[in-house]
Design a protein around this ligand. Structure first.
Ligand SMILES: [Zn+2]
Length: 75
């Protein structure tokens, strides 16, 4: 009887940590996706008036519509 109780306890702990691990993995993944999507730099093309965005860390970027290189939009 004691061995089966121990086995049930070990099973419960393993299942609990598995769910915790899965939750932690997906939470971190979603957080990274959200931050990557949120942190973008906006550019305004002075040639064709287009507005576009690129990932963070770039100060200059070529316009996807006309190819003119623009500086980042500052407010
Ligand atoms: Zn343009």
């Amino acid at each position: 009887m004691l061995e089966s109780d121990f086995a049930i306890l070990v099973y419960g702990v393993v299942v609990g940590f598995s769910f915790f691990g899965i939750w932690f993995f997906y939470d971190q993944r979603d957080h990274r996706r959200f931050e990557k999507e949120r942190r973008k730099v906006t550019f305004h093309c002075i040639r064709c008036s287009g507005i576009y965005s690129e990932s963070r860390g770039t100060s200059f970027c070529s316009c996807p519509m006309c190819g003119h290189e623009n500086g980042r939009l500052r407010f």
